[in-house]
Design a protein around this ligand. Structure first.
Ligand SMILES: NC(=O)c1ccc[n+]([C@@H]2O[C@H](COP(=O)([O-])OP(=O)(O)OC[C@H]3O[C@@H](n4cnc5c(N)ncnc54)[C@H](O)[C@@H]3O)[C@@H](O)[C@H]2O)c1
Length: 399
């Protein structure tokens, strides 16, 4: 099978796919829709980043395409429903940059506590201003993490290793890591934290989560960090609380409105404030994260093409099937209507096939069932099952 990887995807993706037997073609540029239409026949796996748009027309031309790997976090460059309707799986790497975000936040906590942004600015201006005033160690300080998911929990572990005391608030039930303490409400956390760091997700209800009321409830001279989503914070209120001195410093990596293109002007009410670190949404942008993304997405593409595994697919029903190590497997993507599973199993029984394991998931209008069997099905048996009107595709693999 052939994989085409566009947009300078990390070489580890090539290695991963070649090791699993794929022929890999690597291109540095993105492709236009017309180029995709011309190039995709004969391609089984396509790897893209954010500059290639996968439209319904490109998908129609891609008659051999099994899956698209977005070697990035976002997937809005792909027409996901159109891909699902054609049975093409789409994968991304939502968590491969977790560590990068956490390291940035740790660095910012220390930088803000030592007032490094203004110290380095003064040095560049030629001013030697040696003073311990307003500079603190972070050891023994309390870090309040709002949103204790992938990033929040990893931050919790690293922060404790540095001697911070960690408290957290999450709307979902989350297990406390290490010695971290769960707060029952956001207000409780705000009353106790010396540093508040936001790591909530982008659900619509989180818009404006942090405004004048929340800043006022933070401890005097506390620090504030947002590397989650720009829309979560009211930047005007933050500015007022920094100017009044209530907030002693802040680090922002995300903004309600971010420039679209490289080199565009960044406008924000937070520009020009003392002890404020502003970064252009680079929390997850490291070479290591790129490598991790390359490895992760390539693995998902290979797992789908060679074993029918869809876990973490963003558009097909996500079936958690184990690695195929013995026997054979049938993957059956179908329209989600009652009776499909019963019909499939009746057909298998009729063929005398012994099922060793079966996994099912549904997602919207589709269902996907993975069936592990001891002996491979004959081509005739596969063809007979695939005849059902609800079939989108039926594939089989052997270990
Ligand atoms: N700056 C960057 O470059 C960068 C990179 C990666 C991720 N992110 C952002 O970081 C954030 C966290 O990512 P993640 O992978 O840890 O997500 P996650 O989904 O694993 O965790 C989010 C957590 O927030 C909790 N939550 C949601 N709303 C809440 C609320 N109002 N109050 C308290 N808890 C709430 C959820 O229950 C969940 O536990 C996301 O917004 C993501 O977009 C930013």
């Amino acid at each position: 099978m052939k994989a085409l990887l566009l947009e300078n995807i990390h070489p580890v993706a090539v290695e991963t796919l070649e090791r699993r037997g794929f022929e890999v073609e690597l291109r540095s540029a993105a492709m236009s829709e017309d180029e995709l239409v011309a190039e995709l026949p004969g391609v089984h796996l396509l790897g893209i980043r954010s500059n290639t748009t996968m439209t319904a027309r490109a998908l129609d031309a891609a008659t051999d395409l099994l899956a698209v790997g977005c070697f990035c976090i976002g997937t809005n460059q792909v027409d996901l429903p159109a891909a699902a309707a054609r049975g093409v799986a789409v994968f991304n790497a939502p968590y491969s940059n977790t560590r990068s975000v956490v390291e940035l936040v740790i660095g910012e906590i220390i930088a803000l506590a030592r007032r490094l942004p203004e110290k380095t600015l003064r040095m560049h201006d030629g001013l030697w201003d040696k003073s311990a005033a307003g500079s603190h160690e972070i050891r023994g300080r309390t870090l309040g993490i709002v949103g204790y998911g992938n990033i929040g929990t990893q931050l919790s572990n690293l922060a404790e290793a540095l001697g911070l005391r960690v408290i957290f608030f999450d709307t979902a039930d989350r297990l406390a890591h290490g010695n971290a303490r769960r707060m029952r409400t956001l207000d409780e956390l705000l009353a106790e934290a010396d540093v508040v760091s936001l790591h909530v997700d982008g659900r619509p209800g989180n818009a404006g989560l942090f405004g004048a009321e929340q800043f006022a409830k933070m401890k005097p001279r506390s620090l504030f960090i947002n590397a989650a989503r720009g829309m979560v914070v009211d930047d005007v209120s933050l500015r007022e609380h920094i100017l009044s001195g209530h907030i002693a410093g802040a680090a922002l990596d995300v903004f309600p409105v971010e420039p679209k293109a490289q080199g565009d002007e960044f406008t924000s009410v937070l520009r020009g404030l003392d002890n404020v670190i502003l970064t252009p949404h680079v929390g997850g942008s490291t070479q290591e994260a790129q490598e991790e993304i390359g490895w992760f997405v390539a693995g998902k593409l290979a797992g789908f093409a060679l074993e029918g595994r869809t876990e973490l697919s963003v558009n097909l029903p996500a079936v958690q099937a184990p690695q195929l190590s013995v026997g054979s497997r049938i993957g059956y993507l179908h329209v989600n209507v009652p009776g499909v599973l019963a019909d499939l199993n009746a057909q298998l029984a009729e063929q005398g096939v012994n099922v060793s394991a079966q996994y099912l998931a549904t997602h919207g209008e589709q269902g996907y069932v993975v069936t592990d069997v001891a002996e491979p099905l004959t081509e005739a048996a596969v063809a007979s099952i695939a005849e059902a009107p609800s079939t989108i595709w039926l594939r089989s693999w052997s270990a």
